[in-house]
Design a protein around this ligand. Structure first.
Ligand SMILES: [Zn+2]
Length: 330
């Protein structure tokens, strides 16, 4: 392909001539990982074999190691926020994105143009990359029908209410994805929730990293390995554990951005969904782009389900040129 910006059919975000972000692409010497979520680690083993360097925020590299992704030290290029590195005349900079610990936006500047990729983000807390030639944007919740009518503060308040109401009747179980669980643990501590936390081994190791990233102590926190637990404890488990533990005594809370009924909604016997999302709503995407004003916006159609709809909506609302990429989804 020509050197510019696009999303490949395999989900790689190609920037400039050298760089492939969040997916493998043949012949690209630089692989960027924006954060340690699986849909952004596509083909990482091949990239580790074939690329010259793997660029990521230092916290992301630490989290990848916990999740079992091996990057040899001679290939790892830890890049703190706002620091840059140059490869073949192209300058790569990682900029903070509020999503999970270590999440980054990518800025790539060449003599031919300037290109950016937001990756997953939410607002506020993600500084827009301004005035670029091409910006690739994440639009996981780009469908207007998925516009939540409340903020994440309402979701956290609902979770605190659930904890306070049920914690003396048994443990409160909280299920979510990597990154989101750790963010919620930190937010609960910031809001003064002091109960003992337990977490499965990987969630706990990621929490130690996130605690440094957010600069929020999570103590008292310990490891949960399936033992019997009593009241006044909040247990954090990866979403995949829900079916194994949902019949245990206590109240079971699932953190999910797809709950559209209310900040908290009943989802079964002693099961409550809390509508906590780590992705921008369509309104937040508009807010970001209105500030960023790139010459061309590409909506990531590999990860967004309604990229064509999102592109048309953004074009009408903002008067920017917006296209889905790849052009026909995948
Ligand atoms: Zn993500």
């Amino acid at each position: 392909m020509a050197c510019g910006a696009m999303v490949s059919r395999g989900g790689a975000v190609l920037l400039g001539c050298t760089t492939s972000a969040d997916g493998y692409y043949r012949g690209r010497p630089v692989r960027v990982v924006t954060h340690a979520h699986r849909d952004h680690l596509l083909g990482i083993e091949r990239s580790v074999r074939e690329s010259v360097i793997i660029v990521a925020n230092p916290y992301t590299l630490e989290m990848m190691e916990v999740l079992g992704y091996r990057v040899p030290p001679e290939k790892a290029a830890p890049l703190p926020y706002r620091a840059s590195l140059e490869y073949d005349g192209e300058r790569i900079t990682l900029v903070e994105a509020r999503h999970i610990a270590g999440s980054s936006q990518v800025l790539l500047e060449t003599s031919q143009g300037s290109y950016g990729y937001t990756s997953d983000f939410k607002m506020p807390g993600t500084p827009p990359l301004k005035g670029l030639d091409v910006l690739v944007i994440d639009a996981t919740y780009g469908d207007p029908a998925l516009q939540r009518r409340w903020g994440e503060w309402d979701a956290i308040a609902a979770l605190i209410e659930i904890i306070e109401r049920f914690i003396r009747e048994g443990p409160v179980w909280v299920y979510g994805y990597h990154g989101k669980l750790q963010e919620v643990m930190a937010q609960l501590r910031v809001r003064g929730v002091g109960y003992h936390f337990l977490a499965d081994p990987i969630t706990l190791r990621l929490a130690e990293i996130a605690s440094r990233f957010y600069n929020v102590p999570l103590d008292p926190v310990g490891m949960f390995q399936g033992e019997e637990v009593y009241d006044s404890i909040v247990i954090f488990l990866h979403s995949t554990r829900f079916s194994s533990y949902r019949r245990r005594p206590g109240v079971h809370v699932r953190l999910t951005g797809w709950e559209m009924r209310a900040p908290a909604a009943l989802a079964g016997n002693r099961v409550i969904n809390v509508s906590f999302s780590d992705h921008a709503t369509l309104r937040e995407i508009v807010e970001y782009l209105d500030d960023a004003r790139p010459r061309l916006v590409l909506v990531d159609a590999y990860r967004g389900r309604s990229a064509m709809l999102t592109a048309r909506y953004l074009e009408r609302t903002l008067g920017l040129k917006v296209l889905p990429s790849p052009p026909h989804g995948f």
